[in-house]
Design a protein around this ligand. Sequence first.
Ligand code: GDP
Length: 214
Amino acid sequence: MPEPASAFSKVEFLVSAGVTGGLPPEDLPELAFAGRSNVGKSSAINALTRRKRLAFVSKTPGRTQTINFFDLGGRGRLVDLPGYGYARVPQAVRAQWDQLVGGYLGARRALAGVVVLMDARHPFTAHDEYLLEWLRPVTQRLLVLLSKSDKLSRQERTKVLSTARARLAGGAHNAEVRLFSSLSGEGVEETRELLDDWLRAAGTGDKKPPVKGN
Ligand code: GDP
């Protein structure tokens, strides 16, 4: 049977992992989604997968403490990384986030790419910068989505896109930057296509080399 066009057309919740463990085996390429809370990450995941409540299922008050994995039609995994709401979070929360998310980003060989969401109305908040700083040494592909773009006028959209592109240009990643709206659908199809490409590339050998056993 021919494979469905997009890996995002068959998605299922797989597992939650915490600081104490629970990560699935690294046998499939992973696409990690990150962003501060309320940026529209769950809505974006739902729009990309055409599911209404997929990413909300795992949205509980303790969500800064878990990484949620979703299977993408057996071709890859979507990884929902926790974000927090404010720059000034208790030190303990930040330390736990560093350990969990930083640990994942720094060590995950299955990681094929990272999608960072920033609110198009006010990108580059302190938390966004903190996240981008964490991503600096991460060599995988990076896509920055400027979320809730429907809240901006056409002129504002053009402006924020070029500002964000200029600001991210020349960084370690050569990040792609796009406008995105779960509500209007702007950028949804293009993002799905790009991420499918990333999965395909990761599945055909464009991977980090395996770590040799001792
Ligand atoms: P998360 O905390 O990052 O997962 O954010 P959610 O997906 O839960 O969205 C936070 C709030 O922003 C909710 O009230 C959503 O309805 C709203 N929202 C999410 N995406 C969009 C969008 O594309 N456009 C608009 N106007 N609102 C959005």
